[in-house]
Design a protein around this ligand. Structure first.
Ligand code: NAD
Length: 532
C-alpha cells in the first residue's frame, strides 16, 4: 500500500488532424451542431449551485447563438466555498501522492479519450477557435499539464537532504496553509486546468474562478475531474463576478496563494491589494502571475525573407492574435522588407476569417465587445495617423460576430504606441530598419515595451545571433531562434516571462510546482548527547 509509482517522463499528447471527412471530424461536428444550452452552476463542496443571477454566454463569431447560462454564486456562497475547502484540506494533504496523481492522470485520460471532441467543440464555440487552435489547447496542452505535473511533482518529492550517520534529515513537501485562489484567462482552456490542478496536485485546496468566456470549456474539464474521483471541495468551481469573488477571497485570513494568468493590469491590482492587506493573512501569500506581452520578431539581414513572412503570419494571426505570445511588433531590415511584405500580403489575401466550424477558416472572431472596441479604436487612430501606413487588412465588422481582418501596420517611429501596447488582437506592427542599424536596434527593442514574454530572432549569421541574445537577455522569458514566438509545448519550452509579463514561474514545470509547497525539514538525531 505504501509503494510509489515511477511516473516516468511522459511524452506529449499527439494531436489529431481532424481532416475533413475523418472520423474525429464527424464526431466533432455532432458537438458543434448541438444546440443545447448548458446551465453552468458553481460547484461548491460537491454541490451544484444554480442561481437567479445568470449571465448568458454567446459564440463570439455568431453573437445570436446562445451556448450557456452561467449561474453566479452569491457572496455567502463564495465564503461557503472557502470554508468547504478548508474543511477537506487536511484529508487531501494526507492523501498519498500516488492517489492524488492518479486522479490527475484519470482526468487526463478522460479528456484525451471520451471527452476530447466535446471540450474541443466548447473551446471552438465559446472562445472562437478553429480546430487547429482548439486541439493543441483544450486536448493536448491540457492533458500534458496534468501528466507532466505529476512527473515533475514526483521529482520534487524525491528531492531530500543528505543525512550523516548520526541523524536522519528529511523534507516534508507540505501544501500551503490555507487555500489557493486560481484565476484563469479566456484564451486557453488548458491554462484553467493548470492553474487549479498544479496547486491541488501538491496537496493544496483551491478556489477556481474561470474567465467568463472560457467557462463552458472549463466546466467540462471540471466534470472530468469529478468523474476522475476528485474529492468534493478540493477544487471548488466558482464562476462568479471577478471583483466580488476576489473581495471575498482577499478578505479571508486563510488566503495562501494566487495562481493567476491574465492581464498585467489585473495582476498588479491584485498584488497591491494583497500587499495592503498583508497583516490579515496567516502566511505571506504566494503570488504567481503570468501576464501580458508585446512580443517581438526580429529579422536580421541574413534571414530568409520567406521564413520571416510565414512566421509573422502564423505568429501574429493564429487565434486572432489573442495569445500572450503572439507576434505583435516586428523589426525587418530594409533589404528584406519588399519580399517580406509582398509575401505576407499574398498569404493574407487568401486567409479566411469567419465561422470556426468551417474547416477552411483560419481566424474566428475576437472574444467580445470590449476587445472588439479596444482593437478597432487603435485601428481607427492608426488610419488617421500620418506616421502609420496600413500594409494589409484594417477592416472590421461586428455582425454576425466580432470579426477583425488580419492587419499589418508599418510605423515610422519605433517607439510608436502600436509598438508598445498589448492590443490582444490580429494586429501586427512593423518597423523597417536600415540594415546597418542592427547594433543600435537591439537596445531599442529591449527598452520599447514594458513586457518581456516571448521574442523571436531570424538570423543565420551566428555572431549576430549571439549578440542579439546577449543584448536581449531580459527582453523575453521564452526566446525563439528562427521560429515564430508562439506555440510553447509543455515539457519542451516551459513558459513564462519577466518584467510586466509576470513572475516567470514557468507553467507546466517543476519551478511552478515549487511555489505551491511550503517545505518542512525534519532532523531526527539517533543518539542525542548525554553530556553538555
Ligand atoms: P483579464 O486580466 O481580463 O482576466 C483574467 C482573469 O482575471 C479572468 O478570470 C477575469 O475574470 C479576472 N479578473 C478581471 N478583472 C478582475 C479583477 N478586478 N479582480 C480579480 N479578477 C479579475 O485577461 P483575459 O482577457 O482573460 O486574458 C488576456 C490576458 O491574459 C492578456 O493580457 C494575455 O497576454 C494574458 N495571458 C498571459 C499568459 C501568460 O502565460 N503570460 C497566458 C494567457 C493569457
Amino acid at each position: 500500500m505504501n509503494s510509489m509509482p515511477e511516473f516516468t517522463q511522459p511524452t506529449n499528447e499527439p494531436e489529431l488532424a481532424y481532416a475533413e471527412g475523418a472520423v474525429e471530424w464527424k464526431q466533432l461536428q455532432q458537438h458543434l451542431s448541438n444546440r443545447e444550452v448548458v446551465d453552468i452552476p458553481a460547484v461548491i463542496g460537491g454541490q451544484k449551485i444554480y442561481s437567479d443571477d445568470v449571465e448568458e454566454l454567446h459564440a463570439p463569431h455568431d453573437r445570436s447563438r446562445l451556448l450557456a447560462r452561467i449561474h453566479r454564486p452569491t457572496e455567502g456562497q463564495v465564503r461557503q466555498a472557502i470554508q468547504s475547502s478548508l474543511d477537506v484540506a487536511a484529508d487531501w494533504a494526507s492523501m498519498p501522492f500516488a492517489d492524488r496523481a492518479a486522479i490527475m492522470h484519470r482526468a487526463a485520460a478522460i479528456i484525451s479519450g471520451r471527452m476530447r471532441h466535446r471540450i474541443n467543440a466548447a473551446t471552438m464555440l465559446g472562445q472562437s477557435k478553429t480546430i487547429d487552435e482548439a486541439e493543441p489547447d483544450s486536448a493536448c496542452e491540457l492533458v500534458d499539464f496534468l501528466r507532466f505535473n505529476t512527473h515533475n511533482a514526483r521529482h520534487i518529492r524525491d528531492s531530500q537532504p543528505t543525512s550523516p550517520r548520526t541523524a536522519q534529515n528529511r523534507t516534508d513537501w507540505r501544501p500551503l496553509e490555507g487555500f489557493v485562489y486560481a484565476v484563469s484567462p479566456f484564451n486557453f482552456t488548458a491554462i484553467g486546468t493548470n492553474l487549479s490542478c498544479a496547486p491541488a496536485l501538491m496537496g493544496n485546496v483551491v478556489l477556481w474562478k474561470p474567465a467568463n468566456r472560457s467557462t463552458l470549456a472549463n466546466y467540462i474539464f471540471f466534470e472530468a475531474l469529478e468523474q476522475a474521483g476528485l474529492p468534493a471541495g478540493v477544487i471548488n468551481f466558482v464562476p462568479g463576478r471577478a471583483t466580488m469573488v476576489t473581495d471575498e477571497v482577499l478578505a479571508s485570513p486563510h488566503f495562501a496563494g494566487l495562481h493567476f494568468t491574465g492581464s498585467s493590469e489585473v495582476f498588479s491590482n491584485l498584488w497591491k491589494r494583497v500587499g495592503s492587506g498583508i497583516d490579515k493573512y496567516r502566511t505571506f501569500p504566494r503570488l504567481v502571475g503570468e501576464t501580458g506581452g508585446k512580443d517581438f520578431v526580429l529579422a536580421h539581414p541574413s534571414a530568409d525573407a520567406s521564413e520571416v513572412a510565414i512566421a509573422l503570419v502564423r505568429g501574429a494571426f493564429g487565434y486572432q492574435g489573442q495569445k500572450c505570445s503572439a507576434a505583435s511588433r516586428a523589426y525587418v531590415p530594409r533589404s528584406l522588407w519588399t519580399k517580406v511584405s509582398a509575401q505576407m500580403k499574398s498569404i493574407l489575401a487568401e486567409l479566411k476569417v469567419g465561422d470556426v466550424a468551417d474547416r477552411s477558416t483560419y481566424m474566428g472572431a475576437v472574444i467580445d465587445q470590449n476587445s472588439y472596441t479596444k482593437i478597432t479604436t487603435y485601428l481607427k487612430a492608426a488610419k488617421d495617423d500620418a506616421r502609420v501606413s496600413v500594409v494589409a487588412g484594417g477592416g472590421f465588422r461586428d455582425d454576425p460576430g466580432f470579426f477583425i481582418e488580419p492587419t499589418v501596420l508599418k510605423v515610422e517611429d519605433p517607439r510608436h504606441v502600436l509598438m508598445c501596447d498589448e492590443l490582444f488582437g490580429p494586429v501586427l506592427t512593423v518597423f523597417v530598419y536600415d540594415d546597418n542599424e542592427w547594433t543600435t536596434l537591439l537596445p531599442l527593442i529591449d527598452s520599447t515595451s514594458k513586457y518581456a514574454l516571448t521574442g523571436s530572432i531570424f538570423c543565420t549569421d551566428r555572431k549576430a545571433l549571439r549578440q542579439a541574445q546577449e543584448v536581449l537577455v531580459n527582453a523575453a522569458g521564452n526566446l525563439y531562434l528562427n521560429d515564430k514566438p508562439t506555440g510553447a509545448i509543455v515539457g519542451q519550452q516551459p513558459f513564462g516571462g519577466g518584467r510586466a509579463s509576470g513572475t516567470n514561474d514557468k507553467a507546466g514545470s517543476w519551478m511552478n510546482l515549487l511555489r505551491w509547497t511550503s517545505p518542512r525539514v525534519v532532523k531526527e538525531t539517533y543518539a542525542p548527547p548525554r553530556s553538555w
